[in-house]
Ligand binder design. Structure first.
Ligand code: HC1
Length: 589
């Protein structure tokens, strides 16, 4: 342990901790901007300076390791003046239009300016003379360089967490900027649209493309029938944005708010998450049969999940040779969209051309996914508009709905019933757990041999998780799987996906089934979820999703009565001709 004093108070911390971390032990808050718990230390903004007693040197607390006998002051006149000047200098290059900014009220620079009472400007304003770029071409993400403070949190996020590198530092000195390959639009480079850069950006330099006004217009149009689906992870994130505690489950209030906003039908993506299990589970078993019984050399294993659009785009860009490994299932969002303008339209007797299909997602890549040319199998654009959790919160606030006072309401039907298995899709490992609950039961006729259906090895925030499920006592149709050991792996965050694919490529690892989610923690940590985010927050949302599962009357996808109904009335069986037409697709490089 290392002993030091901060503001005269003694503290002992482990070696290799920084002054910033040591101060946290004493509940002393030091302001930061370029620092983020998820990322490596950059130490480039210097707003976290503190003063060493004795030599009066200022050091960046986020980048300075503690040392035995160190004496630090975090709140001297010199420190306060220095921080104030740093903030003022950052503001000279930052377009100050706070009241018109998307991040108004959520901007870390704005909060620091308020805290340090920056009321006048002593430095020359550089904004008018700079030639800033504003990129609005992507359907998912907007990048406004005039709001950028060059802290490089986005660059580190894109490289370290996502292994993508779509954004990087270009030029030097005062010309330095956060750019892309040849300064092209995010729409034209290897960006996966995951939005992790947005949730790690301290200002409004990176934001999602908003479709709030389009949805208000649709709701106001008497000739449209506007339906909404809500993703699993939204129900454990929305409350945070509306003043409730971290990880509060707000499913019933969310439904109630959506009804008050005027949606004609409030439905659940968990329903199509269950449908995905039916289709993807059957696809996996079919692939296993081809590999194990037919000795088919062309069958691609491991089969990989395909519901995370950031992951799909990543594999298209970086590992196209593994595209045959992707499940052909569309994501639950897109399955829902294809069914909304076919099955649902027929059931409620509304012309599909009059249906506006909206989805609420924790994810910015879902905006891109809905715009993919593959996603028109209903004969129309399957999902018209995708709003993030944050955008839904904006609409609820604009409508003057006192969210915390709402009573719980239930989803409409049809396509409004989801199982606990569908709910846990929003957490890393959830798709795997849901698939195993159903596939194991189909193959053996018995429940998975885990207490209370909870497959603990696939849960948690570790980057790469593995599980082996031994199949014993099969029903007749699946005799070839008797005694087989199904090897599975789960990753979250694309850097971990990269590690896993490299291990598979080298032949170090073999799996039958892998679940990959683009965002840390899975969708609950998506780029459209409330700010801020770190692992403690992800864990709270994750626990809430598992609680949601435990509290639902149906916890296995194949037992969802609306799933039974749709196969009986419309789809016939998993992987049927109709399923293939509406629910499956393929991606190309
Ligand atoms: Fe997800 Fe999915 S779980 S991808 O993370 O498969 O966004 O929540 O909606 O489509 O169901 C996201 C979440 C979401 C899909 C489902």
């Amino acid at each position: 342990m290392v002993n030091l004093t901060i503001n005269g108070i003694a503290v002992s911390v482990e070696e290799n901790k920084t002054i910033l971390e040591a101060a946290k032990h004493l509940h002393i808050k030091i302001p930061t901007l370029c620092y983020h718990k998820d990322l490596c230390v950059a130490g480039n903004c210097r707003v976290c300076v503190v003063e060493q007693v004795g030599n009066h040197k200022l050091v960046a607390s986020c980048a300075t390791p503690v040392a035995e006998g160190m004496e630090i002051n975090t709140n001297t006149l010199k420190v306060r003046n220095c921080r104030k000047h740093i903030i003022e200098l950052l503001l000279t290059e930052h377009r100050e239009e706070c009241t018109k900014c998307y991040r108004n009220g959520h901007c870390e620079l704005q909060a620091l300016s308020a805290e340090y009472q920056i009321t006048n400007q002593d430095f020359i304003d550089l904004v008018p003379d700079k030639n800033y770029t504003v990129d609005r071409l992507s359907p998912a993400i907007e990048k406004d360089d005039s709001k950028c403070i060059r802290c490089q949190r986005c660059v580190r996020t894109c490289a370290e967490i996502q292994s993508v590198g779509a954004i990087a530092v270009a030029h030097k000195g005062s010309e330095m900027k956060i750019s892309t390959f040849f300064d092209r639009s995010l729409d034209e480079v290897v960006c996966t649209n995951c939005g992790q850069c947005i949730v790690h950006c301290p200002t409004g330099a990176l934001t999602e493309k908003s479709y709030v006004e389009k949805v208000w217009d649709a709701l106001a149009d008497p000739d449209t029938h506007v339906i909404v689906q809500t993703a699993p992870a939204v129900r454990v994130g929305l409350g945070e944005e509306l003043g409730l505690g971290l990880g509060t489950r707000v499913t019933g209030k969310m439904v109630s708010a959506l009804k008050r906003l005027g949606f004609d039908s409030v439905l659940d993506t968990n329903f199509t998450a269950d449908l995905t299990i039916m289709e993807e589970g059957t696809e996996l078993l079919t692939r296993l049969k081809r590999a194990l019984v037919d000795d088919d050399p062309d069958v691609a294993l491991p089969m990989a999940t395909s519901c995370s659009p950031g992951w799909v785009k990543y594999i298209e860009h970086k590992y196209p040779e593994y595209l045959p490994n992707l499940s052909t299932c569309k994501s639950p969002q897109q399955m829902f969209g294809a069914l909304a303008k076919t099955y649902y339209a027929k059931n409620v007797n509304v012309a599909p051309e009059n249906i506006v299909s909206v989805s609420i997602m924790p994810c910015t890549a879902k905006k891109f996914e809905a715009n993919r040319p593959e996603m028109k199998d209903s004969g129309y654009k399957d999902v018209d508009y995708v709003l993030t959790t944050r955008e839904l919160a904006v609409m609820i606030k604009q409508a003057g709905i006192e969210f915390e006072k709402l009573n719980d309401e239930i989803f409409d039907s049809i396509m409004g019933v989801g199982s606990g298995a569908g709910a846990i899709f929003g957490a890393t490992g959830g798709v795997m757990e849901a698939a195993l609950r159903t596939a194991y039961e189909i193959v053996t006729g018995r429940e998975v041999p885990f207490d209370n259906l909870e497959i603990i090895p696939v849960r948690g925030l570790e980057g790469v998780k593995e599980a082996t499920v031994k199949i014993e006592g099969t029903v007749e149709a699946w005799n070839f799987l008797e005694g087989a050991e199904l090897k599975c792996a789960i990753t979250n965050g694309l850097e971990n996906a990269h590690k896993l694919l490299e291990a598979i490529k080298r032949g170090d690892k073999f799996y039958h089934f892998i679940e990959i989610m683009a965002c840390p923690g899975g969708c609950l940590g998506g780029g459209g979820q409330p700010f801020p985010v770190d692992n403690e927050i992800r864990l709270q949302r994750m626990n809430a999703l598992y609680e949601e599962d435990r509290n639902l009357p149906i916890r296995k996808s194949h037992e969802n009565p609306e799933i039974v109904q749709i196969y009986k009335e419309f789809l016939d069986e998993p992987l049927s001709h109709k399923s293939h037409k509406l629910l499956h697709t393929s991606y190309v490089k």
